[in-house]
Design a protein around this ligand. Structure first.
Ligand code: SAM
Ligand code: SF4
Length: 337
């Protein structure tokens, strides 16, 4: 980790006055799972390998954005652990001046073999996606029969000593209700914060409907029937989740009400797809082609100008709840969640 945070270029502040400090980098659109809320069951068209940014190209962008005040990176995908030599990329990013924090979101399938190398390379924090602890339900939602491997991956990650491991579960009506307390009990006993994310209209199958979302208040009702919760007052200023401590002092939970009460006012992130497109919102309908710039003669100053222009126009918020909502053309696995 390089903690010199000397900033040499204009700060990334958008038109709403939000300071952008966080870049999510998708390293692949490929995945070994086919989660129903994200990918189709089959016939997925993936990006050509030559379209993916190389590690050097990703690191060049990281260097540029860190000089504009971004100090936190999150690797995602698709499934980031499917990208060959990922620890090498992490080492390269960790050496970038001003980057204080590197995190990753993963389905944990490959962590049994990779957790130690990732940690050693400089990865600090992990978000593991796990929607169900019931084997059949897991198979149904992830379209893969591999709950055991995921739990082993989680165990390996715990042993590797990451600064934090959070578990993300997508909250889907008539599916997640039975899993909420099970996940919470695992979190409380094994020391993971469990975070429930309202199902968003980003699924390739385009089956999302408002009626299929298990809303934050419904999740809280289920939890409060068994546990007393104490809200953490400033959590939305720090991240996307409304967080609660358990009143008995044993752990905390988070609820990401991306649909019912979006955190857009506090959003401090931008994203880069695996094929080098800058997106200023998960729900952006337009993108900025950084790969084209990188693979031409563009100077760092040209890239800075494009990023500044993009951030200035960052969407005030998503429009899921408005009549003129337009789904992004990319599904979640190709954006980088
Ligand atoms: N494959 C990795 C994983 O699943 O953790 C990283 C990529 S995945 C697209 C990132 C996150 O997006 C995961 O936590 C996943 O559960 C979440 N996600 C995917 N589709 C979603 C949707 N339609 N609504 C809400 N969250 C979603
Ligand atoms: Fe793969 Fe993650 Fe999408 Fe599931 S949510 S299909 S694990 S990219």
């Amino acid at each position: 980790m390089t903690q010199s945070t000397e900033q040499t270029r204009p700060t990334l502040i958008d038109g709403m006055g939000r300071k952008i400090v966080n870049l999510r980098i998708s390293v692949t659109d490929r995945c070994n799972f086919r989660c129903t809320y994200c990918m189709p069951a089959d016939n997925v068209e993936f990006m050509e390998r030559g379209e993916l940014l190389s590690f050097e190209e990703i690191t060049r962008i990281a260097r540029i954005v860190s000089s504009m005040g971004i100090n936190r990176l999150r690797l995602t995908g698709g499934e980031p652990t499917m990208r060959k030599d990922l620890p090498k990329l992490i080492r390269m990013l960790d050496a970038v001046d001003g980057i204080d924090d590197i995190a990753m979101t993963t389905n944990a399938f490959f962590l049994k073999d990779q957790a130690n190398d990732l940690k050693e390379a400089g990865l600090q924090r992990l978000n593991v996606s796990l929607d169900a602890l019931d084997k059949e339900k897991f198979r149904h939602v992830n379209r893969r029969d591999c709950l055991e491997q995921v739990l082993e991956g989680l165990k390996a990650a715990s042993k590797a000593g990451f600064k934090s491991i959070k578990i993300n579960a997508v909250a889907v009506k008539n599916f997640s209700e039975t899993e909420i307390l099970r996940l919470i009990e695992m979190g409380r006993s094994d020391g993971f914060e469990i975070r429930f994310i309202e199902f968003m209209p980003l699924d390739s199958d385009q089956v999302w409907e408002r009626d299929k979302v298990l809303f934050g208040h419904e999740i809280l009702d289920i939890i409060k029937a068994k546990y007393e919760l104490v809200p953490i007052s400033n959590s939305l200023e720090i991240g996307p989740a409304s967080e609660y401590n358990f009143a008995d002092g044993k752990g905390k939970i988070g609820i990401i009400t991306a649909v019912s009460n979006p955190f857009c006012d506090h959003c401090n992130r931008i994203r880069m797809t695996a094929d080098g497109k800058l997106r200023t919102c998960l729900f952006s309908t337009s993108e900025y082609d950084l790969k084209k710039l990188i693979r031409s003669e563009a100077t760092d100053a040209d890239i800075v100008e494009t990023i500044l222009g993009a951030v200035a126009l960052k969407e005030p918020g998503h429009k899921i709840n408005l009549d003129d909502f337009e789904r992004p053309t990319r599904a979640m696995h190709a954006i980088g969640g």
